[in-house]
Design a protein around this ligand. Structure first.
Ligand code: DSN
Length: 427
């Protein structure tokens, strides 16, 4: 008998992949995700993303598609763009980028000619690869100059930004980061860009959720272009957006299509629309508050340590959803510390620190709290977890302590399931 391929369940069609998805659900439920660039998409977002819109080609923009049958896709994209504009107070939103990298590439293509100079934060100092790291498309097509954080306090050195801008006259100044824990001075970046006749682009991929909740200054009124991912603190589907002015909108849209891609992903655009609606709610704002409070709590616990050989925290704390554990004086390196946390059921990622004496194995560990706040963590849970992280990063650690810490983590994971209605028997 022929199998009903269109109607059959995944488990029936492809048990191998179905079992792997099930196993991944189990991993997400039973461990505590503290990778700072990750979050959990609500079921409603995943429903939109797993919808019939995946079947539709919609090259172009609403009302100007290369295919018929786009009447509903048009409405979905218009809703997503309108919600993004309203959420962030932007004049124009392009919701088609498949990722944050693509959003940055589109913005650069719209504003620059090949060979133009861009000024961005050094990737080893917390910048993103697309801001001009060697081997990135930005380094291949443009001329990247890096600014840095100061060695003394690890804060972005705005005097250096200004001096480099005066010397190199960049066409684009990029503000934004992948691993930084303080708020940037967007007004000063704007003034520096204006002085040398540059565009200002802010990549808010990491802190977009905080901006939406009013917990972080918005870059929108300062920047010519703001790019973001829609996952991370926004906890929507994996994807990107570009926000810009009415004046620059045609250039951004043309750089995306036909500049960079053919058909957009209408199912992902629908999921972005759902995520923007959720991000405008008081519940979302409360979650962002718990996110920042949790990161501060963990930082406080690590900073309270009286041993000079234990983990510390870069910049002495955090204003955002992540902290950077500073292991420069610890015998543990970043990779080792990442493994320590994994052993107790916490996922985080090691990262090179500015002025890192161990550039290969790294002296930093990046820990984020957005995912756990989405799971419902608040002060008491973050307090307990802060103690577990602190103990796990002590230079000496015995197996008995590992077992105790792992039980604490398992208890927290059980207390806060991610997707209770999807749960099987994992935790
Ligand atoms: N921005 C990276 C991160 O922060 O993990 C992903 O591109």
């Amino acid at each position: 008998m022929m199998m009903d391929v269109l109607g059959a369940d995944l488990q029936q069609i492809d048990p191998e992949i179905a079992d792997l998805l099930d196993a991944e659900l189990g991993r997400q439920e039973s461990t505590l995700d503290m990778v700072a660039s990750e979050g959990f998409a609500p079921l409603s977002v995943m429903q939109a993303q797993g919808s019939v819109l995946t079947n539709k080609y919609a090259q172009g923009y609403p009302g100007k598609r290369g295919y018929p049958g786009c009447e509903y896709v048009d409405l979905v994209e218009e809703a997503a763009a309108r919600r993004a504009r309203e959420l962030f107070g932007a004049e124009h939103a392009n919701v088609q980028p498949h990722s944050g990298v693509q959003a940055n590439a589109v913005a650069m293509m719209a504003l620059l000619e090949p060979g133009d100079t861009i000024l961005g934060l050094d990737v080893a100092h917390g910048g993103h690869v697309t801001h001009g790291a060697p081997d990135s498309f930005a380094a291949r097509y443009y001329n990247p100059i890096a600014y840095h954080v100061r060695e003394a306090d690890c804060l972005v050195d705005m005097d250096e930004v200004e001096a480099l801008a005066r010397r190199h006259r960049p066409r684009l100044v990029v503000a934004g980061w992948s691993a930084y824990t303080r708020q940037l001075d967007f007004a000063r970046f704007r003034a520096i860009a204006d002085e040398c006749g540059a565009y200002l682009m802010v990549d808010m991929a990491h802190f977009a959720g905080l901006v939406a909740a009013g917990l972080h200054p918005s870059p929108v009124r300062h920047a010519d272009v703001v790019t973001s991912t829609t996952h991370k603190t926004l906890s929507g589907p994996r994807g990107g957006i570009v926000l810009t002015t009415r004046e620059l909108a045609p250039r951004i849209d043309a750089a995306l299509f036909p500049g960079h891609q053919g058909g957009p992903l209408p199912h992902v655009i629908a999921a972005k629309a759902v995520a923007f609606t959720i991000a405008a709610t008081p519940e979302f704002a409360d979650r962002q508050h718990r996110t920042v409070a949790g990161a501060r709590q963990i930082a406080k616990k690590l900073l309270a340590s009286d041993s000079a050989h234990e983990a510390s925290v870069l910049t002495g704390g955090t204003d955002v959803h992540l902290l950077l554990v500073d292991l420069r004086r610890s015998q543990l390196d970043g990779l080792h510390a990442q493994r320590r946390l994994l052993d107790i059921g916490v996922t985080s990622n090691h990262r090179r620190l500015p002025y890192d004496p161990r550039p290969r194995t790294n002296s930093g560990l990046r820990i984020g709290t957005a995912g756990l706040a989405t799971r419902g963590f608040s002060v008491p849970e973050f307090e307990l977890l802060a103690g577990a992280i602190h103990d796990a990063l002590r230079p000496e650690l015995d197996q008995q302590t590992v077992g105790r810490l792992r039980s604490d983590v398992t208890m927290l994971a059980r207390r806060h399931p991610v997707y209770p209605t999807l749960r099987r028997d994992h935790v």
